[in-house]
Design a protein around this ligand. Structure first.
Ligand SMILES: *[C@@H]1O[C@H](CO)[C@@H](O)[C@H](O)[C@H]1NC(C)=O
Ligand SMILES: *[C@@H]1O[C@H](CO)[C@@H](O)[C@H](O)[C@H]1NC(C)=O
Ligand SMILES: *[C@@H]1O[C@H](CO)[C@@H](O)[C@H](O)[C@H]1NC(C)=O
Length: 186
């Protein structure tokens, strides 16, 4: 009898655990193994420099290079960019990328990304991961390092694969698809 109750408790625990991770989130998937949790995320980043309400603003530019540098070396931007489920900016917002990127390449266009990606949806609401990496934006696909996080992403290690979905050279506006893999402890 005791064994039966124990089994029942384990079963109830398992069902609850599955429900907790399953959620109604379509853009993220958590796989719990014995030692770690692997979370894969897929979302789109909307960097809007143009118009009345830009989400990315230039906060500094080196007076040494001004606008002479073809790579904009010495330029610094502050951003608060929406993250959505699809490439359409009107699709559901699941988080925001906040922080800075700056042009750190003299010979080729490379942005240093110093950003916190904070989420607002489902079980990820309130969790964030931090990125610190060079983003060679002219390459169609880039890999960037994830160096930590909060909430469900506490002690995160991981990487993001970013691919440009749309970029307007006239305005600088861009939509970037992200595929993210994060490992955390159980
Ligand atoms: C930038 O361009 C201006 C005008 O063409 C020039 O006088 C200046 O020396 C240039 N600055 C640098 C850092 O190349
Ligand atoms: C650089 O160019 C932008 C847009 O063309 C202009 O608004 C800005 O004043 C220029 N900055 C410098 C330091 O010359
Ligand atoms: C991102 O993930 C999707 C779905 O798994 C895949 O189709 C796509 O090729 C991936 N993109 C990149 C750049 O890896």
């Amino acid at each position: 009898m005791a064994t039966f109750i124990n089994l029942l408790q384990i079963l109830i625990f398992l069902v609850t655990a599955i429900n907790a991770s399953d959620d109604d989130v379509t853009w993220a998937k958590r796989v719990v193994t014995k030692n770690e949790v692997i979370t894969t995320l897929q979302f789109y980043f909307h960097d809007k420099l143009s118009g009345q309400n830009p989400t990315a603003i230039r906060i500094a530019q080196s007076s040494q290079t001004n606008n002479n540098s073809s790579t904009l070396f010495g330029m610094l931007m502050m951003i608060d960019d929406p993250l959505t489920v699809g490439p359409d900016p009107a699709s559901k917002i699941v988080g925001r990328a906040r922080g800075m990127y700056g042009s750190a390449g003299q010979t080729d266009f490379g942005l240093i990304m110093v950003l916190s990606y904070g989420f607002l949806d489902g079980i990820y609401d309130g969790s964030s991961f931090s990125m610190l990496s060079i983003n060679p934006v002219m390459q169609p696909v880039r890999e960037m390092a994830i160096v930590g996080g909060t909430g469900l992403f506490r002690l995160a290690r991981g990487y993001a694969i970013a691919h440009t979905y749309m970029a307007d050279p006239a305005t600088g506006d861009a939509v970037v698809g992200y595929n993210v893999t994060i490992a955390t402890y159980v």
